[in-house]
Design a protein around this ligand. Sequence first.
Ligand SMILES: [Cu+2]
Length: 159
Amino acid sequence: MTSRFASALPVFSAALLLAGAAHGHSYEVGAIRIGHPHARPTVAQQPSGGAYLTLENRGSAGDRLLEVSSPVAASAQIHTMSMEGDVMRMREVGALDLAPAARVEMKPGAGYHIMLMGLKQPLRPGDKFPMTLNFEKAGKVEVSVSVDSREARPSGHGH
Ligand SMILES: [Cu+2]
């Protein structure tokens, strides 16, 4: 009986580790920590939507987010938004640089976001969908993106 109990322990601790990884809805790949991937809800026929997350480089070397993909969209681009005069402009950036200790918080309305282009279905509040991030050094990681349950609003995402 004692030996049977002992052999069950490693399985139990592996399950705890998995639960720990999912806690707080964050992910780690190499030195990169990815926090709270979420997206705005979209309405029917809306061709694109924004996804947001926090990236932290905890390593001593720089890394770069090279590309993003998701089965819910034909393509995904890394965009940055900034005011030019009184006009908000969005442009695609080829890669997002993450210097050592860099922390990039994506959010609607300013700075970086991930643009899901050619949505295959509306993103409904409460849905989750997979998205794969590919980092130059840390490699690929799939995260689960939660669609915010807040109400959709016109987001100025027409290009
Ligand atoms: Cu955009």
